[in-house]
Design a protein around this ligand. Structure first.
Ligand code: 13P
Length: 294
C-alpha cells in the first residue's frame, strides 16, 4: 500500500532500523524493488530523482505505475521526490501524489536553505506529505567529496535547521558520497558525528550515497541511527553486470530476455540490501511486527 514516508520512518526511528530508498527509473526497476521488498515483508521507498524523471522516468507514466504496484502489495511503500530543489518541482511532485518530497538546498547559503525548505514544509505538511531536508552536503564520490570535512553536517547547526524548517527527516553528510568511489576504496564514515546528531535530533536520519559504502559501514550506520538509506548506482550496476554476462554468454540474447535478466538482478540486489539493513519482517503496522524489540 502507498503510505506517507513519515509513517515508515517514524517506525524505523522508534525501532532502530533503516529502510532502503531505491531510485527506480523504469517499470522493471520499480517492479523489482517493490516485489523484492514484498517478499521480504519490508517497507520500501521508491525514489524518483529530478534528473532521472527528465531523462527517462517520466512522472506522468511512472507515478501511476508505482501507485499501482504499491497498492498491489501488502507492505508500506512510499514515493519520494529525490533531490528536488526548485519550487516548481516540489509542487509538481505534491500534485502528482508523491508521499514525500526531498528539498535539497544543501548547496545554497544556510539562511536560503532554511527559508526555502521551511516554505516547502508548510505546503507539504498541509497535504500530509513528508519532507526531507539536507544539511552539510553529500557530494560526488568520484571527486572525493566524501572526504571534505567542511561538507559534513554540523550538529549545532542541524539543531537550528530542524527547528526552523520543520522537516520530518534529515539527510546528513558523514562521509558518504553519490556514485562510484575510486576503485577499491571504501569510505570512512564519521560515526562519532552520527552519534552526536542522533542524540541531539532524535529524528529519522537519512544516508545518501548508499552504494559502495561497504556492508559493515552500512550496518554500523543503521545501528547509529540512520533510518533511510538511498541507493541508486549499485542497483544499476547489478543490472549492468547481469546484462553483460548474459550477452557475453549469448550475444543473441533478446531485448525481452535482457530486460527480464536486469529485473531479476535488481530484485536480488534489493533483497540482499534489505538483509544488510535489517528491514525484513518489519511492516511497521500493528501485529505483523515480529522482531522490532529484539
Ligand atoms: P548512490 O547512487 O551512491 O547509491 O546514491 C544514491 C542517492 O543518494 C540518491 O539520492
Amino acid at each position: 500500500m502507498l503510505v506517507s514516508m513519515k509513517d515508515i520512518l517514524k517506525h524505523a526511528n522508534e525501532n532502530n532500523y533503516a529502510v532502503m530508498a531505491c531510485n527506480s527509473v523504469n517499470m522493471e526497476m520499480a517492479r523489482a524493488v517493490i516485489t523484492a521488498a514484498a517478499e521480504k515483508h519490508s517497507p520500501i521507498i521508491i525514489n524518483l530523482g529530478v534528473g532521472q524523471m527528465a531523462k527517462l522516468a517520466h512522472p506522468t507514466e511512472m507515478v501511476p505505475l508505482i501507485k499501482e504496484l504499491a497498492e498491489s502489495v501488502d507492505i508500506p511503500v512510499a514515493l519520494n521526490l529525490d533531490h528536488g530543489m526548485k519550487y516548481e518541482d516540489e509542487i509538481a511532485a505534491m500534485q502528482r501524489g508523491f508521499t514525500s518530497v526531498m528539498i535539497d538546498c544543501s548547496s545554497l547559503p544556510y539562511e536560503e536553505n532554511v527559508a526555502r525548505v521551511n516554505n516547502i514544509c508548510t505546503l507539504a505538511h498541509a497535504k500530509g506529505i513528508c519532507v526531507e531536508g539536507e544539511l552539510g552536503h553529500v557530494g560526488q564520490a568520484d571527486v572525493g567529496d566524501n572526504e571534505e570535512l567542511d561538507l559534513y553536517t554540523n550538529v549545532a547547526q542541524a539543531r537550528d535547521y530542524v527547528d526552523r524548517t520543520g522537516i520530518d527527516c534529515l539527510a546528513v553528510a558523514i562521509g558518504t558520497a553519490h556514485g562510484d568511489y575510486p576503485k577499491g576504496m571504501i569510505p570512512k564514515l564519521d560515526f562519532q558525528r552520527l552519534a552526536e546528531l542522533k542524540a541531539e535530533l532524535k529524528m529519522p536520519l537519512v544516508l545518501h550515497g548508499g552504494s559502495g559504502a561497504g556492508a559493515e559501514n552500512i550496518k554500523k550506520a543503521v545501528a547509529g541511527g540512520i533510518n533511510k538509506i538511498n541507493v541508486c548506482t549499485d542497483a544499476f550496476h547489478a543490472a549492468e553486470e547481469a546484462m553483460k554476462v548474459a550477452w557475453a554468454e549469448n550475444p543473441k540474447t533478446s531485448y525481452l530476455e535482457i530486460m527480464m535478466i536486469a529485473e531479476k538482478a535488481i530484485k536480488k540486489f534489493v533483497s540482499d540490501y534489505i538483509d544488510i539493513i535489517g528491514s525484513a519482517n518489519r511492516y511497521g503496522y500493528g501485529d505483523v511486527i515480529s522482531d522490532s524489540k529484539e
